[in-house]
Design a protein around this ligand. Structure first.
Ligand SMILES: Nc1ncnc2c1ncn2[C@@H]1O[C@H](COP(=O)(O)OP(=O)(O)O)[C@@H](O)[C@H]1O
Ligand SMILES: O=P(O)(O)OC[C@H]1O[C@](O)(COP(=O)(O)O)[C@@H](O)[C@@H]1O
Length: 309
């Protein structure tokens, strides 16, 4: 069973403009709304790929109700903790030259009582055949050691964890030894105290050291430069697939969803890599934060090029 945990969901509001005039008036050409937040995107992609998950985390207010309704409409299973306050709206500004500006809100305050409610739920789901996907930022009131604590708690019950987080959350969670992780270039560089001008060779060294320290599987996404995979002794690099880009928001989540599906279907390492590349490339061809269709992902699978590192 796959359980996605989104502590800080969001209605993703994607607006298209010609060229963003900073400090000036911008007329929006197109606007669309998606039920988002990293774990929720993972669940939506898993659903599209024909597998299933339970989406949990915190929801609140009208945005929370809109997200719950959107997931219900797709017949997805959910088990959220309802909190006071309003689930955030994250604004994504897409310019016609492909530039993306993201304005991610902090999210509502979540009390200690609600946090305990969620942890109890997670503990109940934790079994040997459970994979928890811990994704994204946390709202106000939640400490950055939460993912590390969840990892330790569910590991005691034999469950596995896939981590997709940044900054302090990532650092703390890493110390608890997640089974899989999907950092992007920036997240891994930040962890090593560097910025995103880091070279591939340096990234390779950092990922190797992280893997040695935690023994986990790493899918390192590098945007339009593709991805590197460190799956036990299987270490490979894949160029990004040549697809028409609509919106890159949610591409990383699609890769995390592919990792989760591959875990669930007990795919071998090569199948896992192909699914990660195809699902993430498919995600960039959709507008807003929409997941790719299964048919598109199946077509893209054949185009994945794998190079040994
Ligand atoms: N412009 C692009 N063209 C093709 N594939 C892309 C593009 N941008 C992202 N991808 C695919 O999506 C994956 C995840 O993207 P990335 O931007 O690294 O993740 P995140 O959204 O977590 O920052 C990449 O490894 C790649 O496979
Ligand atoms: O929790 P965070 O880090 O603010 O990220 C949330 C945002 O990330 C997204 O899940 C997209 O993530 P990716 O582009 O990394 O796949 C959006 O749907 C959401 O607005």
């Amino acid at each position: 069973m796959i359980i996605t945990v989104t502590m800080n969901p969001a209605v993703d509001k994607t607006v298209s403009v010609g060229t963003l005039a900073r400090g000036g008036l911008n007329r929006v050409r197109h606007v669309e709304y998606d039920a988002g937040g990293k774990g929720i995107n993972v669940s939506r992609t898993i659903r599209e790929l024909g597998s299933s998950s339970i989406a949990t985390g915190f929801l609140g207010g009208n945005n929370g109700r809109a997200i719950a309704a959107a997931l219900l409409e797709k017949e997805m299973e959910t088990d959220f903790v309802w909190v006071d306050g309003e689930t955030r709206t994250n604004t994504k500004i897409c310019e016609e030259n492909g530039a993306l500006t993201e304005l991610n809100e902090p999210g509502p305050f979540v009390s200690g009582e609600k946090q305990r409610e969620l942890l109890q739920k997670l503990e109940r789901y934790a079994k040997e055949d459970t994979l928890f996907v811990l994704s994204g930022s946390v709202p106000a009131g939640v400490k950055p050691d939460i993912y590390g604590n969840i990892i330790r708690m569910v590991h005691q019950k034999g469950a596995s964890v896939l981590l997709d987080a940044d900054g302090e959350l990532f650092k703390n969670a890493l110390a608890a030894g997640p089974d899989m992780m999907k950092p992007n270039r920036m997240e891994l560089a930040q962890y090593a105290g560097r910025d995103d001008r880091i070279s591939d060779e340096e990234l390779l060294k950092i990922a190797g050291a992280v893997q040695k320290q935690n023994a986990g599987k790493i899918a390192l996404s590098m945007g339009a430069d593709g991805a590197m995979f460190f799956l036990g002794d299987y270490r490979v690099k894949c160029p990004a697939l040549p697809v028409k880009v609509q919106s890159t928001v949610g591409a990383g989540d699609a890769m995390a969803a592919a990792l989760a599906c591959a875990w669930s279907a007990k795919c071998d390492v090569e199948e896992t890599v192909r699914l990660c590349m195809a699902a993430s490339a498919g995600a960039v061809t959709t507008t807003g934060t929409k997941p790719p269709s299964r048919e598109l992902v199946e077509n893209l699978l054949k185009q994945v090029v794998i190079e040994k590192l």
